[in-house]
Design a protein around this ligand. Structure first.
Ligand SMILES: *Cc1c(COP(=O)(O)O)cnc(C)c1O
Length: 440
């Protein structure tokens, strides 16, 4: 049974890889033992980002000059902290004792029986506060603490990032200011209440369309006024360098755990991986440590109501390269480069851009980007609830829907799905808008 050792010691290293896996044959990890990384020589997915923060041609830092020095400070601090035993030990302890990690990998008995293929879930819904987002929020807040910052600033659309960040701020005793469009505040009222209970200040944004884009602008303005004592905490693998890299590294714990757990359960690697893609953090977290393995990888974008009318948010599927919020990515944009309004039944997925690393992985054809629409998402939401007793977030239900599609196509395969969050936040909306399946 010597083979099980293959992954036995990998768990935390990767969460902090910055430059030591740059295309080296061997590389010294943070504990000083050597990892064989010969596969890197052939497949260079992991040498990115480059020094300018580019993943091949995407990413970078398209920001006002005042922010350049601040981003450099954050990047330098992160680079050294990511190799600091103290920082790593503190984050590991938080993950174990506060977040409840590792989260399990679960074999779906009844879903698998129904569709033939072997379907597994990485249960990020069981991470504290109910989704993967706390993985990077705790990392960002810990970084803020080490930098001596007093205040965390962020925008939120549906409120999930705001709640996760407010949770992290409470844990570390930091101030927290969340900018949120007026329209979103009305729509996502329970999350507004959660943030307030957690002690965060929620700043309503009342100009423009009063949704996510305006909230980002407003949060950026607030940050620009006080970059010395505050830090902007981005909610996915997006934004200017070093955020896409940092958030990915903080989320890597998902894939590192899953790889070891899956191997322990089955003695092999999954044939297929599936995760939903909004900005792309839960997907990047699962995918990263499987990139060099022989698995097919699928990122599922929200197909929304209709692909023909543009009522979707499938940036990688339908977008073209452009710049938004300080970085270059595939973008749903008009002829003038203005971001188009986007839509998904899952509000955590409706962003017109997408993480730069995903853009690169699409161009390199390492990951296939596909879509699941609203209807497929709602069907998967009820199916997983009723066959497995797990109510998924609507975002995660997109991944489940696509996994079911893959299972129908080829029943002899194993499929590992990242169940990025729990669906409690969505139950009222689903019942009101769609009703129970038997009542339709
Ligand atoms: C926010 C959210 C997402 C989308 O964000 P990514 O950065 O693409 O992971 C997916 N699932 C859940 C449960 C979320 O809350």
């Amino acid at each position: 049974m010597g083979k099980t050792r293959r992954y036995g010691r990998q768990p935390e290293i990767g969460s902090f890889t910055v430059s030591f896996d740059n295309n080296n044959k061997t590389s010294e990890n943070i504990w000083g033992f050597h990892l064989k990384l010969s596969f890197m020589a052939e497949k260079n997915f992991k040498k990115y980002p480059d020094a300018g923060g580019f993943f091949h041609e995407y990413g970078g830092a398209f920001i006002p000059p005042v922010l350049e020095s601040e981003m450099k400070k954050i990047c330098d601090a992160y680079t050294s902290l990511s190799r600091s035993h103290k920082f790593i030990a503190e984050l590991r302890s938080i993950r174990k004792h506060y977040q409840g990690r590792p989260t399990p990998v679960y074999y779906c008995n009844r879903l698998s029986e129904k569709y033939g293929a072997r379907i597994y879930l990485k249960r990020e819904d069981l991470n504290h506060s109910g989704a993967h987002k706390l993985n990077h929020c705790m990392g960002e807040a810990l970084l803020a603490k080490y930098l001596g910052k007093k205040k965390l600033i962020a925008e939120t659309g549906a409120g999930q990032h705001g709640v996760a960040l407010a949770t992290a701020a409470a844990y570390f005793g930091l101030e927290c200011e969340i900018h949120m469009g007026d329209v979103d505040m009305a729509k996502e009222y329970p999350n507004v209440v959660r943030m307030k209970i957690l002690g965060a200040k929620v700043v309503p944004v009342t100009h423009g369309l009063k949704t996510l884009k305006e909230a980002v602008d407003s949060a950026f303005e607030a940050y620009l006024k006080d970059p010395e004592t505050s830090i902007y905490c981005i909610g996915s693998v997006v934004g200017p360098h070093p955020f896409p890299m940092m958030v990915r590294d903080f989320q890597r714990v998902v894939g590192i755990e899953a790889k070891e757990q899956f191997f322990e359960m089955t003695g092999s690697m999954p044939d297929k991986l599936v995760a939903c893609v909004g900005g792309g953090s839960n997907a990047m977290g699962l995918f990263y440590d499987f990139l060099e393995e022989n698995c097919e990888i699928y990122g599922v974008e929200p197909g929304g109501r209709s692909m023909d009318t543009g009522e979707h948010a499938a940036s990688l599927t339908f977008g073209t390269p452009g710049i938004l919020h300080g970085f270059k990515s595939y973008l749903l944009q008009d002829e003038k480069g203005q971001p188009l309004p986007v839509y998904s039944v899952a509000s955590g997925l409706d962003y017109p851009g997408v993480g730069p690393e995903h853009c690169m992985l699409k161009d390199f054809q390492r990951v296939k980007y596909v879509t699941a629409n609203d209807r497929e998402c709602i069907d998967a939401f009820f199916e997983l609830s009723r066959l497995e007793g797990v109510i998924p977030a609507l975002e995660s239900a997109h991944a489940v829907a696509y996994a079911v599609k893959l299972a129908k196509e080829d029943p002899n395969k194993s499929i590992l799905v990242n169940l990025s969050g729990r669906g409690d936040k969505d139950i009222d909306f689903v019942l009101e808008k769609y009703g129970l399946p038997e009542e339709r």
